[in-house]
Design a protein around this ligand. Structure first.
Ligand code: CDP
Length: 785
């Protein structure tokens, strides 16, 4: 029997991404690449008004356009009980409007035609008689006297408030503030932004009237959960629904919710007995699909005069749009915002949050973040800098003084999280050293003396990813546990089926590396399948950096389960007792006699050809992982900027990012994730923002108004890493996909504020456009003169 001596490229190897072979050759299969026989095309009519009563919808002219097969209205959907659908937050959302429209871009009707251009043209011919109503575009307006009631169809809804939520201990926090020497505060708005994936949303719905089988190809980050929702909404038997998420051109949270387009295309296919394709255009994606953030936040920190933090108090108003559609664990109304105590040993904290309906698109998606942790991280990191200024301390020193010490983990935060592991001082020290912090501070003094505006900004974030333990984490009652199935074939090659759905993160490579690590099969010999509900185990989807903490763990656990059987077969082949076998990857060897060895390939062949009497044939298994806790990645980011006082333009001189995501499965992929996240963080700090005018018109419906960073303006990133494994994760990994977007905006903003500090500027809300920075400089100068 042969022994395998090649090094197994398991955990810690920068294996090149297996999926890139098809992507760089243009051979990926995205939704728009799917063409089915007899397929029709659908286009959606959207409301031009943010709030208006619908008096009538006349479809006659549209229906008469040659090539049009059907026009679908809210009334038709209502006849099938499909005019409304549940949202991921347990609210309801109009599929096609019947009574009134509640945001600009809302779905009103749809045309199904033989050709996509005919469908688009015919949509223009639908005549809707709207009666405009008063418009609400902020939480303040939502609660103002006489505000129009947006959700008047809900019997118990008497105003525009959706929820009130609290976390932490109010009395302890009040006491901490009473004992404080100093209190600092910050009011800030984290602007509404949009994930804007390269590929917009869409689907091809294929309902076979003969068999009742519904196959829906869909841009979805959560195909299994969506299948269950479809079964419940449409009343179709779940086994007859197959959701296939093919290759996805970026999700970033935007492809988690169920959008009306999916439901209307499926209903149209059901009614017409033909496949129906619906593909959004760019403006539709920007104005109607899941936005992110839009939190109006107030934070206060209580401190002793030596800089010791005593307590934190935050209140926030969440602008949820016209339907409450956040995809987040149902127990937590503002996602995991209550991680707002961040990296600090804060004895007391109290968080209150109120959510409001406004005449804006629904969403609140986890745009590269773990359910609102981005907003929380931004608030605390900005407050800490204010505290440092107030106490005339260095922003690095005040952080170091208050970090949760390494020996206090596992650490229970004042709002109830149990942080698994961390070494915040180590990450901070590495970032300071890399950027040459002490030298930079001296240089800053010199530059300031020369009249230049130089700033250094820090952010030490703590993330919370891997939702989650079944006792606390569910979406619409579905527990957030995930599965993996592994089948090893007689020749020792394997298929791993996972519940997560990659949208570019490299799951086909990294999860194969986990199998390699555990069983000694090279990653190229492990095919990873995902995204097809008929062929993969159940799971709640891919967002919030949860894949590695949940599916990665399930993969390790199923490999171990199979490894136990492999050991028995190896003992049989080597004719020794099972207790005498050890797995010295890549070989199973006899203890004390390493020359007696078999490979996993030998074992796999034997599992089908030569297994012990009484043993079941085959080498396969499945595992559903219920994480005992979330994982808590962290890091310190340091940014140096120079601001031009005459134009407000700020230039990033240095950007250092030290991340700790526990054990890194594939260091190259992790670095790619961090680069992508840092770019999105820079975009949010510098330019991304969707605004609305007083009539609720969306300013940000195209890439001229909604700015995204290109390679041209993106700064150069210098990366560093520390490794603090998660003690409860089977391979010690934490997630990383979101960290850089969560952590970095505060570092950029802190740097710009630091540059303007000599002028007395203490706050500018994101995005820091040069115009806003220039205005702040002018105001400060006018105030000083
Ligand atoms: O859920 P999502 O895939 O977006 O996030 P993730 O679990 O943070 O993983 C992002 C990518 O980085 C995946 O390919 C992971 O397997 C990889 N990763 C890694 O190689 N090592 C880690 N410690 C964390 C993630």
């Amino acid at each position: 029997m042969a022994t395998e001596t090649d090094e197994i490229r398991g955990i810690g190897h920068s294996v090149r991404r297996k999926e890139d072979d098809r992507f760089i050759r243009g051979r990926g299969t995205y939704i728009d690449d799917i063409h089915l026989p007899r397929m029709l095309h659908m286009a959606i009519l959207r409301s031009p008004f943010a709030h208006a009563k619908i008096n009538s919808v006349d479809t006659a002219a549209a229906a008469a356009v040659p090539g049009v097969v059907a026009v679908v209205t809210g009334e038709l959907m209502a006849q099938h009980n499909l005019a409304w659908m549940p949202t991921m937050s347990g609210d309801t959302q109009a599929v096609l409007a019947t009574d009134k429209v509640r945001f600009q871009g809302q779905e009103v009707a749809a045309v199904v035609a033989e050709d996509p251009y005919v469908a688009k043209d015919a949509v223009e011919k639908i005549d809707v008689d709207y009666e405009p109503l008063g418009v609400v575009v902020s939480p303040a307006q939502a609660m103002a006297d006489g505000a129009p009631l947006i959700r008047d169809e809900k019997e118990d809804q008497k105003d525009n408030r959706i929820y009130h939520w609290e976390s932490g201990n109010k009395d302890d926090t009040d006491r901490a503030f009473a004992d404080a020497d100093v209190v600092v505060s910050l009011d800030t708005h984290y602007p509404r932004s949009h994930p804007a994936p390269l590929e917009t949303c869409g689907c091809v719905a294929d309902v076979d009237p003969a068999t009742g089988q519904a196959t829906i190809y869909m841009t979805s980050q959560a195909p299994h959960a969506i299948r269950t929702v479809f079964a419940l909404v449409a009343g179709l038997p779940e086994e007859n629904i197959r959701i296939v998420s093919p290759d996805i051109g970026g999700g970033f949270g935007n492809k988690v919710p169920v959008y009306p387009g999916y439901v209307v295309a499926t209903a149209a296919s059901l009614l017409l007995g033909r496949p129906v394709k619906w593909i959004e255009d760019r403006s539709e994606n920007l104005i109607s699909t899941g936005f992110a953030r839009d939190f109006h936040m107030h934070g206060e920190m209580a401190l002793r005069s030596d800089g010791t933090m005593l307590g934190l108090r935050t209140t926030l108003d969440a602008d949820e749009g016209a339907f409450h559609a956040d995809a987040q664990p149902s127990k937590f109304k503002v996602g995991l915002f209550h991680i707002v105590t961040g990296s600090y040993d804060l004895p007391a904290a109290h968080v209150t949050a109120d959510g409001y309906y406004t005449n804006k698109a629904p969403g609140g998606v986890a745009y590269r973040c773990s359910f609102r942790v981005t907003e929380a991280s931004y608030l605390i990191e900005r407050l800490v800098q204010n505290a440092a200024y107030e106490l005339q301390m260095d922003p690095a020193d005040i952080r170091k003084k208050n970090f949760i010490p390494k020996d206090k983990f596992p650490y229970e935060s004042a709002t109830g999280f149990v942080y698994d592991s961390g070494d915040y001082h180590a990450a901070m020290e590495m970032a300071l050293e890399k950027i040459g912090y002490d030298e930079l501070r001296k240089e800053q003094q010199q530059q300031r003396a020369d009249g230049k505006l130089w700033g250094i900004g820090l952010a030490s974030f703590t993330e919370v990813v891997g939702a989650g333990p079944h006792k606390d984490y569910d979406i619409l009652g579905l527990k957030m546990n995930d599965g993996a199935e592994l089948r090893i074939h007689p020749t020792g090659k394997a298929i791993l089926k996972i519940s997560s759905k990659t949208q570019g993160q490299g799951h086909e490579t990294t999860f194969a590396q986990i199998v390699a690590e555990e069983l000694g099969i090279q990653p190229e010999d492990v095919k990873v399948q995902h995204g097809d509900t008929d062929n993969t185990p159940y799971g709640l989807g891919t967002y919030a950096s949860r894949s590695t903490p949940t599916v990665g763990a399930a993969t390790a656990m199923v490999s171990r389960r199979i490894g136990e059987k492999a050991r028995k077969i190896a003992a049989h082949l080597l004719e020794v007792d099972e207790a005498d076998i050890e797995f010295t990857r890549p070989n199973f060897t006899v203890k004390g006699a390493p020359e007696k060895a078999v490979t996993i390939q030998d074992v796999a062949f034997a599992a089908y050809t030569n297994f012990p009497d009484g043993m079941e044939a085959g080498l396969e298994g499945s595992y559903y992982y219920d994480p005992p806790n979330l994982t808590f990645p962290f890091g310190t980011y340091a940014v140096a900027v120079e601001v031009d006082p005459e134009t407000g333009v700020w230039e990033v001189k240095r950007m250092v990012a030290v991340d700790d995501c526990g054990v890194r499965i594939n260091p190259m992929i992790v670095e790619g994730q961090i680069h992508g996240g840092l770019t999105e963080g820079y975009g949010i700090a510098a330019m991304e923002q969707i605004t609305f005018d007083d009539d609720g018109n969306c300013i940000g419906s195209n890439f001229v108004d909604y700015l995204l960073p290109t390679a041209w303006e993106t700064p150069r990133f210098e990366l560093g890493e520390t490794v603090t494994p998660s003690p409860h994760h089977p391979i010690g990994a934490k997630g990383v996909g979101e960290s850089a977007t969560v952590g970095s905006p505060a570092a950029y903003v802190n740097a710009v504020i630091d540059a303007l500090q000599p002028l007395g500027v203490t706050n500018i809300d994101m995005p820091l456009t040069s115009a806003k920075v220039w205005e702040a400089i002018q105001e400060a100068r006018a105030g000083a003169s």
